[in-house]
Design a protein around this ligand. Sequence first.
Ligand code: BES
Ligand code: ZN
Ligand code: ZN
Length: 459
Amino acid sequence: MTDCFIYGGRTDAAPIVLVTSSNLSRATKKLTSQQINWLNQNAFTGKPGCLCAIPSEDGGVERYLVGIDDIEDPFAIADLPKRLPEGVYALEGSGVRSNLESLAVGWGLGSYSFTRYKKNGVIKAKLKLPNSSDHQRIQETVAATYRVRDLINTPAEDMMPQHLSAVVAELAQTHEAEFSEIVGDDLLAENYPSIHTVGRASVHPPRLIEMLWGNSKHPLVTLVGKGITFDSGGLDIKPAAGMRSMKKDMGGAAHAIGLAQLIMALELPVRLRLLVASAENAISSNAFRPGDVIRTRSGITVEIENTDAEGRLVLCDALSDACDEQPDLLVDFATLTGAARVAVGTEMAAYFCNDRELADLVRETGRETYDPTWELPLHKGYESYLKSHVADLQNAANTPFGGAITAALYLQRFVDDNVRWLHFDIMAWNNRARSGRPIGGEAMGMRAMLVALEKRYLK
Ligand code: BES
Ligand code: ZN
Ligand code: ZN
């Protein structure tokens, strides 16, 4: 749990005054001439990233000044927990009160470290929040992001389909949701052939994990996650450099689980269905092969062009199942293609959507939450790249171009036209450290999607 906050009470807190270069003179009005001298000698200009401790007469610290440029940006102060010494702090400055929730979330995200295998510098700076703030929303947003990061950062050996299943089962118990799953050969009996095909070579059997929560009278929101716990590429084996990061290939599942956790904790008025399609894409004598044909759950036959395009295979059976219930909204998250990162870089969540209003909403909430999202087109003209000589479809295009689009078009073939659908193709990983975002697993688009859901269903 996140213990980087202290709520109200009488605890003394060192003030952190947020200043922008334009309000520097106002912020320094209360200071003595010695203190202003100190600021100057420490080259404190109010530029973003500057931090200066102002000494008190007794040799302690009277307050901290921190330069920021955008007070609405939760990450403006998110590097502070790692820069400040142990202690309790409180934010001050113009605009702090109206942006406190987002700043506190930033503080929380910046207090994260992955400690399962190594004491990665436990952070001891705590932020004091006034009683008036929405503690629960702050706490739950931070906790869900930690959940996503922890799931992704955990090595494949300790994060196989059965581990994802245990996480969902526990979550279901906490929130009084129904949990069920279909494991191993039962996937064949229950008609999820493509999930089974991808996962059959692993000693850890594949699973379709399901959770159902909420009032059945509320609109149904179905979340689907790609839970490939390790993507070796299968027989069309991945080059070493690409394989190195593939413990994160369950990142989509982590996002779907994290968002489900948020929806339940914040009690959104929806009926929630979570489907995690989980398998290890392993190599063994019984592995699926290029040229094999799968008769998928929907009846559409798919020729395997490349066993490394496995995400869309586990997802297609889950999406067909999801559509049977005619959800009001169907959202899937997947680390689906390398091409999405070529298109938008590694720090934005690319998405595709068959509904204009929803697409615009997610773009907008991405901007508002500083959780950047960018829409890519479901360009019908590229559908012909998925034609196969022997089956209805092939699982990958024979061109290196537009890979995120052809993958999304593949998925769309399994989604009913009358189901509102949004597909996230995400990186789920920080390649470099930024304020509040350490290297490693990351939630991308999850906060944006939560706010989009709130705007749609909390009216
Ligand atoms: N998990 C990968 C995609 C991926 C790679 C996501 C790197 C994030 C970072 C996926 O299963 C895959 O291997 N996709 C192939 C598809 C290709 C074979 C058509 C890709 O993108 O190269
Ligand atoms: Zn792959
Ligand atoms: Zn993959």
